[in-house]
Design a binder for this molecule. Structure first.
Ligand code: ZN
Length: 492
């Protein structure tokens, strides 16, 4: 089973080579894979990992490699353009030595990032209170600034003239710092960035992190999950994020947690117990981006989707919501920024069986609150159930959302799980300062965990302002949640 999953990941990497660049990409891929295997076969034991890791302050080498990979625009020119020495786009270009991505996709992404940069200034008023049924308040919209427009169109792509793989693939892997690998300099932590980071972390920390896919979305994105820590541990904890599209700071947070525990595995500790001991006794099943299609929509609008028919369907959903009076805004771009559902307009957190029949929020595909045609109808829902069902002894399931700065824990469960779940919420609250909220909605993931799996499960709403959360929320989220995993593992 695991071997099959591994093969799936490898096959996925192979199929992402873009059309028309077959032979060059194929050559680069083959060499990359060889280098990865060499890299992995070095036996990245904890002891010699330090030797493989970069000097944390060695930015000049990083810049040089990034420059080699991205093309011909010099750093002086970049500085003239107001861009930092090592830009987000440069780093994006260097982030995937282990899963090459098509340069066409990069081009789209770069343009889209600038569009979405403009969008994320959005602010509005309704929190992600899971028990809100219909009365959402209208958005307060801010005018988007059209700065930064020029950068992407000038951004060079990886071309046939890209330097030989021997000059790029290996050094990039060596030079990246796992502790800072997760890009927290932008709110646009994309599926592509996460995918590159997951492959990177697996390559650097093969003994404590394994990457799997629990399926693929309608728009062709992998539903990744990792097993972190000792895979043979007799206790497991499930963590997920990014269920609702616009709440995409939660994947960034969970990926940052994962990278931090990887990096600090040998030296870190919590309450006097080493991370190594903690993660040897308890392993973590982590699904960092439950709804990658929806996140692509919230980050990049219609352009975030790959399939033309899904884009058309998105427009139809908007028009039907406009006609029904349920659209938050008549501005299509704003409407998509506030998207919560998957690409088909189904709210994953309304697609689970407990109480599904009673959910009456929306009767048709929508940006939010539409439960789908049947419980578990969506691939994202099925993937989550598959992962949780694969765990031999799950202690709990934590689902990260935004916003509200609170924790949902009441799902109508009988004792002793009622009190047990309250205690779990209290432990998290003690660490984060988030307060305990009342009864949650029906048909959500945590409802399913508690009601059908008899498992402790809470929904953790991060952030104090409406999603998508602005970048200045991240440091507080990180401060509050940095040690959540070891705390939970030690407490239970
Ligand atoms: Zn949510």
């Amino acid at each position: 089973m695991k071997a099959a999953d591994r093969m799936k990941i490898i096959c996925f990497s192979r199929k992402t080579a873009g059309p028309g660049k077959g032979s060059m990409k194929g050559g680069i891929l083959l060499l990359s894979l060889i280098m990865v295997l060499l890299f992995a076969s070095c036996g990245t034991s904890p002891a010699n990992k330090e030797a493989l890791l970069p000097e944390r302050t060695d930015r000049s080498k990083e810049t040089r490699i990034a420059h080699l990979e991205t093309g011909t625009v010099g750093s002086a020119e970049r500085q003239e353009m107001g861009e930092p020495e090592v830009s987000e786009h440069q780093e994006t270009g260097t982030s995937l030595p282990f899963s090459e991505k098509a340069s066409d996709a990069e081009e789209n992404l770069t343009d889209q990032e600038n569009q979405a940069d403009e969008k994320t200034g959005t602010s509005e008023t309704s929190p992600d209170t899971e028990d809100i049924t219909g009365a959402e308040k209208r958005s307060r919209e801010e005018d988007a600034s059209d700065t930064e427009e020029l950068l992407s169109s000038e951004e060079p792509l990886i071309t046939e003239e890209t330097p030989p793989v021997s000059e790029t693939a290996v050094p990039v892997a060596d030079l990246r710092d796992p502790e800072t690998v997760i890009d927290t300099t932008t709110t646009l932590y994309t599926y592509e960035k996460m995918e590159g980071d997951l492959h990177y972390l697996e390559a650097v920390f093969p003994e404590i992190l394994r990457l799997y896919s629990a399926g693929a979305t309608e728009d062709g994105r992998e539903l990744y999950y990792v097993i972190f820590g000792n895979p043979e541990a007799e206790r497991q904890i499930y963590i997920c994020a990014g269920t609702h599209a616009r709440e995409y700071m939660t994947p960034q947070l969970v990926m940052r947690q994962l990278a931090f525990y990887c990096t600090e595995y040998e030296t870190g500790s919590y309450n006097g117990v080493s991370f190594k001991d903690i993660f040897t006794n308890t392993c973590f099943y982590v699904e960092p981006m439950v709804n990658p299609d929806g996140i692509a929509i919230s980050q990049f609008g219609e352009a975030g989707l790959r399939r033309a028919d899904l884009k058309e369907n998105l427009r139809r959903i908007f028009e039907s919501e406009l006609a029904a009076g349920t659209a938050e805004t008549a501005d299509y771009a704003r409407y998509l920024v506030r998207w919560k559902a998957n690409a088909l307009g189904v709210d994953i957190n309304r697609n689970y069986s407990p109480g599904w029949e009673t959910v009456q929020d929306r009767s048709a595909p929508s940006s939010t609150f539409y439960k789908g045609t049947a419980p578990g109808s969506e691939k994202e829902t099925q993937a989550q159930m598959t992962v949780v069902n694969s765990m031999s002894n799950p202690l709990m399931a934590i689902s990260y959302h935004s916003y509200g700065d609170l924790i949902y824990w009441q799902y109508g469960q009988p004792e002793p799980l009622w009190t047990d779940n309250q205690m779990l919420a209290q432990h998290i609250s003690d660490m984060t300062g988030q307060y305990l909220a009342g009864y949650s909605n029906e048909a959500g993931f945590s409802n399913w965990c508690v009601t059908e799996k008899h498992l402790r499960s809470v929904t953790v709403e991060t952030g104090t302002v409406p999603a998508p959360l602005p970048l200045d929320q991240f440091p507080e989220l990180w401060r509050e949640h940095q040690y959540i995993w070891p705390m939970l593992a030690l407490t239970y």
